[in-house]
Design a protein around this ligand. Structure first.
Ligand SMILES: NC(=O)c1ccc[n+]([C@@H]2O[C@H](COP(=O)([O-])OP(=O)(O)OC[C@H]3O[C@@H](n4cnc5c(N)ncnc54)[C@H](OP(=O)(O)O)[C@@H]3O)[C@@H](O)[C@H]2O)c1
Length: 169
């Protein structure tokens, strides 16, 4: 099973503020949905709670939430208190590529472990002051990088972005 991370960040690695995103970029959201559709997705409890009620759990995906609270209830989701248990669940379920979808604490934890094979990372061409959550620094020299999506500023996108797929070499 491949273990992947998917994220979008600003020019200062910003990923969120007040438990919310800081931009509205429909084509990045579409990329996220298309890429993760049909897969297991693993998220931190705060990320889960930041998803509007109408959209959670994400449809057509197995939603896995991480919380140290063993009694945490996330309707329609599977809850684990350790990333290793969540990964074991996905592996045993026959998953071929599991996606770690954030937030900061969960990204940091996964990248520290060194088992992330792919990072789908959207680099947004904008700065977002006051961010509370950031994408962790990682050793890019360990990864090859392929540009897979490019979006310019238009009436639906206040910021351009480039999405790269990083693959562990
Ligand atoms: N731009 C992006 O691509 C992107 C993607 C996702 C999220 N975000 C943003 O990121 C922010 C949230 O990130 P965050 O770092 O504050 O929170 P988070 O990583 O989403 O969730 C943190 C929670 O996960 C649980 N957790 C953390 N480490 C754990 C461990 N070792 N074992 C078991 N459970 C563990 C804990 O839940 P308990 O407290 O319940 O124990 C912890 O409070 C939001 O602003 C969100 O919008 C951005």
């Amino acid at each position: 099973m491949e273990i992947s991370v998917i994220a979008a960040m600003g020019m200062n690695r910003e990923i969120g503020k007040d438990n919310d995103l800081m931009w509205h970029l429909p084509n990045d959201m579409k990329f996220f949905k298309d890429t993760t559709k049909g897969h297991h997705i693993i998220m931190g409890r705060k990320n889960y709670e930041s998803i509007p009620l109408a959209f959670r759990p994400f449809k057509n995906r197995v939603n896995i939430v991480l919380s140290r609270d063993k009694n945490y209830d996330a309707p329609g989701c599977v809850v684990f208190d350790e990333l290793s248990r969540a990964l074991g669940f996905s592996r045993e379920g026959g998953e071929t590529e599991v996606f770690i979808i954030g937030g900061e604490q969960i990204y940091a934890w996964a990248l520290r472990e060194g088992f992330v094979q792919h990072i789908y990372l959207t680099h947004i061409e904008g700065e977002f002051p006051g961010a509370h959550a950031h994408f962790p620094e990682f050793d890019a020299s360990l990864y090859s990088r392929e540009l897979i999506l490019e979006q310019g500023v238009d009436e639906r996108h206040a910021f351009g972005f480039k999405t790269y797929k990083y693959t562990l070499v």
